[in-house]
Ligand binder design. Structure first.
Ligand SMILES: Nc1ccn([C@@H]2O[C@H](COP(=O)(O)OP(=O)(O)OP(=O)(O)O)[C@@H](O)[C@H]2O)c(=O)n1
Ligand SMILES: C[C@](O)(CO)[C@H](O)COP(=O)(O)O
Length: 388
């Protein structure tokens, strides 16, 4: 919420440059940055100040009407809009000529510093009111600075501890700024340069990284990168691991990987003992964070007594999809001496892929006679599932 207590403040927004280094078809301040133009974005910052301020816009001669309409849209009232000059200094001078009589503190701001936060304007106003002299935002220089001749010869390293890279808005007591401009004999690149030339004091206050000047296409891209909404968080796939082991039970029929295997010893279990399907269920439920097979299909539930793998897989798929996930693929490794799996691999893969609506691949191996699988006491299965 802006306030009128304290000095009457005006912000002169200079936007009359051509933007040669940006190389756009439009004058730089009228180039859009993710919607609004650089000029509009600078005006938003002025509008956002806590300390109420007038705005004076300085724009290319042919764009006064357009800029006036922009200002009305931003501020909800007309503001002074004047044509600029051939240099920045001339443009600022044109803006100063349009100040209201009772303005006490003037901030001069480059429209090209389009992401400058409102708080920097307020900090400059507060510092000018406190010190009674010019205040400019600046940042320490982080690169080593060399004084270099036109032919590239390095003459010396400049002591960077004594340097500041200065920004805008630069703020001044109105009378000092007008006096400095009236006395100007040189064309300075900033207003503090004229103030100093006129013998007035200037103090640097901490600048803001966001107040960088959009000068080149790289700067415009940087500004875009800073304000672009973060891309949707990547939805990482979820993986799950399941394993199941069943002992052989010669009195039972063998069901494995959804297939019936006549003439093979079966696997013991509450259901049909299909360790491959059960491992897949755990992999799916685990990947989805839905618990495990025992929690969903309890052995105490008579509906699952003797149930075939298709029942478990179909329900697991439904639960996974109800959780907003989709099965990417499933990979299964069967470990056991028997049955000889390879001849029916394709049949099993097609069956399970159809049930799950996603590719299921199945490998089988023995353990060189080692362990319970090697001794043909049972079968172990590992499965991994990837969910999207
Ligand atoms: N005759 C000018 C020159 C510059 N500016 C303004 O001064 C600010 C800082 O200038 P700069 O970034 O150098 O802009 P341009 O002069 O437009 O850029 P270039 O030097 O690349 O042409 C900009 O907001 C620019 O619009 C201005 O109002 N009038
Ligand atoms: C005023 C200024 O933005 C302060 O850093 C700078 O001096 C403008 O210089 P330019 O030569 O117009 O880019």
């Amino acid at each position: 919420m802006s306030t009128h207590s304290g000095p009457r403040v005006a912000v002169v927004v200079v936007a009359a440059g051509s933007g040669t280094r940006l190389g756009a078809e439009l004058p730089k301040a009228f180039v859009r940055l993710d919607g609004p133009t650089l000029l509009e974005r600078s005006l938003y910052a002025v509008r956002g100040m806590r300390h109420a301020a007038d705005a004076v816009l300085v724009v290319p001669a042919g764009r006064v009407e357009e800029a006036s309409a922009i200002a009305v849209a931003v501020f909800g009232r007309p503001v002074s809009v004047v044509p600029g000059g051939a240099t920045r200094q001339q443009s600022v001078a044109a803006g100063l000529a349009a100040l209201a009589d009772d303005v006490e503190v003037v901030l001069v701001h480059d429209a090209a510093r389009a992401l400058t936060p409102s708080r920097l304007f307020d900090a400059v106003v507060a510092a000018v009111a406190e010190t009674g002299h010019g205040v400019i935002p600046g940042l320490p220089v982080s690169d080593t600075i060399k004084r270099v001749a036109a032919d590239g010869t390095v003459h010396e390293t400049v002591d960077r501890s004594a340097l500041a890279a200065v920004q805008t808005p630069q703020g001044f007591p109105r009378d000092q700024l007008l006096a400095a401009y009236a006395a100007a004999t040189t064309d300075e690149t900033d207003d503090a340069g004229l103030i100093a030339a006129a013998g007035f004091a200037v103090t640097v206050v901490p600048g803001e990284a966001l107040a960088f000047k959009i000068t080149t296409p790289h700067d415009l891209q940087r500004a875009h990168d800073l304000i672009a909404p973060p891309s949707q968080p990547t939805t990482l796939p979820r993986i799950g691991l399941g394993t199941d082991t069943h002992a052989f039970d010669p009195s039972a029929e063998l069901w494995l990987a959804g297939l019936h295997w006549p003439d093979e010893p079966g696997l013991s279990g509450h259901s049909d003992g299909d360790a491959a399907c059960h491992a897949i269920v755990d992999a799916l439920l685990g990947a989805a964070g839905l618990g495990d097979i025992g929690g969903i299909f309890g052995t105490g539930d008579p509906r699952f007594a003797g149930a075939h793998g298709e029942v478990f897989l179909t329900e697991s798929r439904r639960l996974v999809e109800a959780a907003g996930l989709h099965i990417g693929n499933v990979s299964v490794q069967i470990i056991g001496q028997r049955p000889k799996f390879a001849p029916r691999r394709r049949e099993a893969e097609e069956l399970l892929s159809g049930i799950l609506g996603a590719p299921v691949s199945i490998a089988a191996t023995t353990t060189d006679g080692l362990g319970f699988t090697g001794r043909s006491e049972g079968i172990a299965v590992f499965a991994t599932a990837l969910l999207r």
